[in-house]
Ligand binder design. Structure first.
Ligand code: ADP
Ligand code: MG
Length: 222
């Protein structure tokens, strides 16, 4: 369960990004956060990931007070619970597919064998095994997106956060991405996806579409 309670977030004491926001997502739900650019979507995702602290209010994930954790506990929390998919993939272009996917596991000090198992498992699910040793910058956009999704899932997180994931994809790849999200949803992941891509507004496996406007929950949207 993810809860945002009376959350306000100001940047530099002046920009009000979120204004007394209350949201609650249940385990296994697929939530779409919609809203124009600047409405506060990315800020919400960063707060859930513990990448940002609210100015006031509380963020709870499975009754853990994320907004009160010290930074190194936040990193640990993220490593164990969160997979983040970014619009621009945030891959390291000069590294291979395998090295990019293994990156989140580096701090865990796992056995070589366990690492290889996890790597091959996600490469298979997201159909990128044949590019294991290719350098990321030489891949197509769709392939890079699948590497990013594999990386977000390599630690088998309960929660997937995706920020404008289809912004750089054509319609065909966006539809493939949606199929991948459907698969993740059916494996009981909680997914919070920020987007203004209309492709997400009419999907039968989306549990809730929440419109954010000027950092507030926009109630007249259903
Ligand atoms: P969205 O993801 O919906 O486009 P954001 O959460 O990125 O919205 O931004 C919400 C508001 O906060 C915007 O007005 C944006 O300009 C502002 N903002 C976001 N990040 C920062 C930052 N690091 N410093 C100052 N203002 C920011
Ligand atoms: Mg954003």
């Amino acid at each position: 369960m993810i809860k945002l309670i009376n959350i306000s977030k100001k940047y530099k004491d002046e920009v009000v990004a979120l204004d007394n926001l209350n949201l609650e997502f249940k385990e296994g739900e697929f939530i779409v956060l919609k809203g124009v650019s600047g409405s506060g979507k990315s800020t919400i995702l960063s707060l859930i990931a513990g990448l940002l602290k609210p100015t006031s209010g509380e963020v709870l994930v499975d009754s853990k007070h994320i907004s009160k954790l010290a930074d190194h506990f936040c990193s640990e929390f993220r490593r164990e619970n969160i997979g983040f998919i970014f619009q621009k993939y945030n891959l390291i272009p000069t590294l291979s597919v395998r090295d990019n996917i293994l990156l989140p596991l580096v701090p865990n000090n796992l056995d070589e064998e366990v690492l290889e198992d996890k790597l091959h498992h996600v490469m298979k699910i997201f159909n990128i095994s044949h590019k294991e040793n290719s350098i990321v910058k030489e891949l197509s956009g769709g392939e890079q997106q699948r590497v990013a999704i594999a990386r977000a899932n390599v630690n088998n997180p309960k929660i997937i956060l995706a920020d404008e994931p289809t912004a750089n994809l054509d319609t065909k790849l966006s539809l493939q991405f949606i199929e991948i999200m459907k698969k993740l949803k059916s494996s009981n992941k909680t997914i919070v996806l920020a987007t203004h891509d209309p492709l997400f507004f009419d999907l039968d496996f989306v549990d809730k579409i929440i419109e954010i406007k000027d950092g507030k929950y926009c109630a007249n949207n259903t």
